[in-house]
Design a protein around this ligand. Structure first.
Ligand SMILES: Cc1cc2nc3c(=O)[nH]c(=O)nc-3n(C[C@H](O)[C@H](O)[C@H](O)COP(=O)(O)O)c2cc1C
Length: 405
């Protein structure tokens, strides 16, 4: 998987440093060339000799040891990726502010290829507003951040701050280096539901399903194992479950969602369905003079997104420390106060991402081949994706979401 890839591993002075020995072993087994750079403080927590033996390479610490004809911090940048794990609050702060007072930091500052930063620290340190500000700064600048998990910490407490496991870091490295979603299971819903009145009539909405299909097509071409649950049938090479109504969609989503890495609910599920479905076609003129009006009683449909988020959140709280799975994203179509309504909606639904689009505009959204969206995450960070084809927007959405998976 990583044959001939050059991976530079940076270790800072976090207690989780010992786990990086396993990560190096995994990189080597996958065919990568690994070099390791330590902060001087990290030497107290991991042994240089162990890292040297596992990486089968020199381990670098000092700024002023010139083994090549280039200064070490420049020579080390000739790698495909720089993975800093564990990343301490201290080193994160320095990287985010361009400080270069050791070899690892100077290398980080000069590094032009992708960088993956894997924070690990005590919960209070992680929640510290300055640490959060630094993380935000790095994210905005395009650094990949593999956020810590909630679990047991070396300081004897439970909370967010635990370094993600070597398997997760390995998987993330592969994803960054190959740009692929191989092995990832993703479920996407698409289309406006059709709430039946009688065998020939239904109530629906203007959703074309194009955005959901663009997401499914892109995820499939990026190597994911795709299941599309749509209100109409789609002729593709991935699995397609057709569910015209909200109740059918609810059943299919609930049967399939738990085994996924990611669920994206892009369908427009009707808020209401007809209460009394007529088995026979409703005829006019049966009762002479009494068919000028027809009253349909509607009942509320299930909120599928909210229900699966609640189920997911309940099962995750029972397994602390294990990463939250599946990642769940929803869509929201608003005709006014787009961002304000989207912020309320993401909190109400309990999902990880909400993709908001403005349906008051005629040039994008419903039935159009183009869209313009805002991606909100659960911390209410907002990313604007400017007007583009739904295919390109879909790719950007997947990249944003899978940054976290
Ligand atoms: C045993 C021990 C474990 C530590 N673990 C962490 C940690 O997990 N995360 C963190 O941010 N700091 C941790 N620290 C504090 C850092 O080591 C300290 O902030 C240090 O200055 C970081 O140096 P560096 O970023 O240059 O490697 C730990 C300190 C000790 C003594």
């Amino acid at each position: 998987m990583l044959k001939n890839k050059n991976i530079l591993v940076g270790i800072t002075a976090g207690i989780a440093g010992y786990k990086i020995c396993e990560l190096i072993r995994m990189y080597k087994k996958a065919g990568a060339n690994v070099r390791v750079v330590l902060t001087p403080n990290a030497q107290h927590l991991v042994s240089k000799l162990t890292l040297q033996t596992l990486s089968n390479n020199e381990v670098y610490i000092e700024n002023f040891e010139i083994n090549n004809y280039k200064p070490e911090h420049i020579a080390l940048t000739e790698a495909d990726i720089f993975v800093i794990a564990p990343a301490t609050a201290n080193s994160i702060g320095k990287i985010a502010n361009g400080i270069c007072d050791n070899l690892l930091l100077s290398t980080a500052c000069a590094f032009a290829n992708p960088m993956l930063i894997v924070p690990a620290m005590n919960t209070n340190m992680w929640n510290n507003p300055f640490v959060q500000e630094n993380i935000k700064k790095l994210k905005t600048a395009g650094y990949h951040i593999l956020e810590p998990a909630d679990g047991f910490l070396a300081c004897g407490t439970n909370g967010v701050g635990r370094m993600r496991e070597p398997e997760d870091i390995f998987e993330k490295t592969v994803k960054i280096l190959t740009g692929r979603l191989d092995g990832k299971k993703i479920l996407i819903t698409a289309g406006g539901t059709k709430e039946k009145i009688d065998p020939v009539r239904y109530i629906s909405n203007s959703s074309s399903g194009k955005m959901g299909i663009a997401l499914a097509d892109n995820a499939y071409s990026m190597g994911a194992d795709v299941t599309l649950i749509s209100t109409f049938s789609v002729d593709r090479n991935y699995k397609n479950i057709v569910t015209p109504t909200a109740l059918e969609m609810e059943k299919a989503v609930k049967e399939n969602f738990a085994e996924q890495d990611c669920v994206i609910m892009a369908s427009a599920v009707a808020d209401y369905r007809v209460k009394n479905y007529s088995e026979q076609k409703i005829k006019k003129g049966v009762n002479e003079g009494k068919d000028d009006e027809l009253t349909l009683k509607l009942v509320k449909n299930p909120d599928i997104l909210k229900e699966i988020c609640a189920e997911r959140n309940a099962s995750n709280s029972r397994s602390a420390g294990v990463r939250v799975k599946p990642i769940i994203a929803g869509f929201c179509a608003e005709s006014e106060n787009l961002i304000e309504n989207a912020k309320i909606k993401i909190q109400n639904k309990g999902c990880d991402f909400l993709i908001a689009n403005d349906i008051s505009r005629k040039d994008i959204g419903f039935n159009s081949d183009e869209n313009e969206v805002y991606i909100l995450d659960k911390n209410l960070n907002i990313k604007h994706i400017e007007k583009d084809t739904k295919q390109n927007i879909a790719k950007r959405i997947l990249e944003e979401i899978f940054e976290q998976v």
